[in-house]
Ligand binder design. Sequence first.
Ligand code: ADP
Ligand code: MG
Length: 208
Amino acid sequence: MECTAESVAEALRAVAAVVVEHRDELNRLDRAIGDGDHGENMARGFTALVSKLDDHVPSSPGGVLKLVATTLISTVGGAAGPLYGTAFLRAATSVGDVASLDGAVVAAALRAALDGVVARGKAELGDKTMVDALTPAVAMAESVAVGGGVAEVLSAAADAAELGADSTVPLVARKGRASYLGERSAGHLDPGARSTSLLLRTFAGRAR
Ligand code: ADP
Ligand code: MG
């Protein structure tokens, strides 16, 4: 199957369903070390995205990713809205106007997304943020992209993101709201790292 605008849109509908399904879990994780709204924020953003996609699916995968960015920026709020918005915007720019994605394009888009998150949020690896899930995901995606298709790239990225998210548990937060807790932030999974890993796992599950 080709990775066209239509299939990217379908994958995003699946992501929206998964985010809504995990809304309570993400809220609960954020309640432990933040203000408890991460699930709410993400569910609001992706639900808004689905209604925009119902109206109109842009003609290229890059156009779809750009719609994700503008929608998340205007609806998610909090720290995660601008960060995910920047991630999808950079991914859209990286993809450009190609009609269909391949493994190398997806890996490059993930790299661009990570660079955008870091440029915007200034978090480093180990600061207990979504960067801890996305950084290993990009590294794995790039190593698999040499000869690998979209499904392989995304499933390698999702595996690495899951481990990366789990690695946030013992960490002390140095960025975002959780950093206000200092040492007390240790012992909890970072909600943004968890949502990043959910997104990548869902994209991987839709790719062929
Ligand atoms: P808020 O913290 O404003 O309530 P959310 O709860 O929606 O926003 O998102 C919190 C998540 O955002 C955190 O779990 C973390 O992964 C991520 N985050 C916060 N600040 C940063 C940052 N500077 N860089 C990267 N990710 C960050
Ligand atoms: Mg929050």
